[in-house]
Design a protein around this ligand. Structure first.
Ligand SMILES: *Cc1c(COP(=O)(O)O)cnc(C)c1O
Length: 338
């Protein structure tokens, strides 16, 4: 029996139908703009989310970096959440490779950046003491939470009043749309650029798409080449990603339902604290010092979790966790704590 892998939604394996879609895909040289399957993916996602153009890239990290490098010049600054992926979990790429200074803002518990703090962090224009504040970046979903739509509009207003570009790290944009009862296009419509991961809950093996204006995407394409991200006959991967968009969006609701079931079952256990999930991420806190024993015991039962960064553990439901797998995971937790 394959393990029930709750470590991340990046671990999904392509379905047979997805592999089939990849196998048959027409391909060409994407660096020359010739790959029909890559072009089809970029055009359809741009169309669906309301942008002029899209760029298929190997990872969400690269997609966010390209957005930052396309919006900002050397010596510019971007405003970003202190716990945002783009700031904290991407190796400092904006600073290292883009010469772009991050200005982190402490995230509120719901993942928003308090607008008074954002406003206070915008540097006076024209004063050579300061980096030039150029961009505001948000993340949705944020730690599995859906950012409120009115907030997206208020933050846009603040950004635009101050001449800032407005970027969304929408790694899990479709989870936000499905859980929030809205469309990905409506969420995306607030932003100048959006990065979407196809390799998370949507279940494609590899890839993200950056969306924006033609001008922005042309710049991003150039930086992609500079970073070594020109990827020739990438059409098979693109076709698998298109298959994911065709077949795996609405079913994200199943992942959210299972996350809720998991959270409810774990909340009933002694010694486990659970944050109520909105999407496919469940955060639990277990007594300090027991994480390693928990992970080892679950592994024996064929359930994988990532434990190691403190008492708080993230559990993730996805395409490869079905109802049986979920029941096995819950039973394994009960065995340890019960
Ligand atoms: C996974 C993730 C990314 C980037 O993903 P990679 O493809 O692993 O580089 C960016 N932002 C968020 C919020 C993510 O969860």
């Amino acid at each position: 029996m394959p393990p029930v892998d709750l470590r991340s939604d990046t671990v999904t394996r392509p379905t047979d139908a997805m592999r089939e879609a990849g196998l048959r895909a027409p391909v060409g040289d994407d660096v020359m703009g010739d790959d029909p399957s890559v072009n089809a993916l970029q055009e359809r996602l741009a169309g669906e989310l309301g942008f002029a153009a899209g760029l298929f890239v190997p990872s969400g990290t690269q997609s966010n970096l390209l957005a930052l490098m396309a919006h900002c010049e050397r010596g510019d600054e971007y405003l970003v959440g202190m716990d945002a992926h783009t700031y904290k979990y991407e190796g400092g790429g904006a600073a290292v490779l883009g010469s772009i200074q991050p200005q982190p803002i402490v995230n509120a518990p719901d993942g928003t950046l308090p607008l008074d703090a954002v406003a206070a962090a915008i540097k006076p224009a024209g004063d050579p003491h300061f980096a030039r504040t150029r961009l505001l970046a948000l993340e949705n979903t944020w730690h599995g939470r859906v950012l409120p739509l009115p907030y997206l509009a208020q933050a846009r207003e603040l950004a635009k009043t101050n001449g800032l570009a407005y970027h969304l790290d929408g790694a899990r944009l479709f989870n936000a749309a499905v859980a929030g009862g809205t469309t990905a296009a409506h969420i995306a419509s607030h932003f100048d650029s959006v990065s979407v991961c196809l390799s998370k809950g949507l279940g494609a093996p590899v890839g993200s798409v950056l969306l924006g204006t033609h001008e922005l995407i042309d710049k991003a394409r150039r930086w992609r080449k500079v970073l070594g991200g020109g990827w020739r006959q990438a059409g098979q991967l693109a076709a698998m990603a298109s298959h994911a968009l065709d077949h795996h969006v609405a079913r994200l609701a199943d992942d959210h339902r299972r996350a809720k079931q998991l959270a409810d079952a774990l909340a009933a256990l002694p010694d486990v604290q659970v944050d109520a999930p909105q999407t496919n991420l469940v955060f639990i806190t277990v007594p300090d010092g027991r994480q390693a024993a928990l992970a080892a015991r679950l592994r024996e039962e064929g359930v994988l979790i990532s434990a190691g960064r403190g008492p708080r553990i993230r559990l993730v439901t996805h395409l490869d966790v079905d109802d049986d797998g979920l029941a096995r995971a819950i039973a394994a937790f009960r065995g340890f704590f019960g």
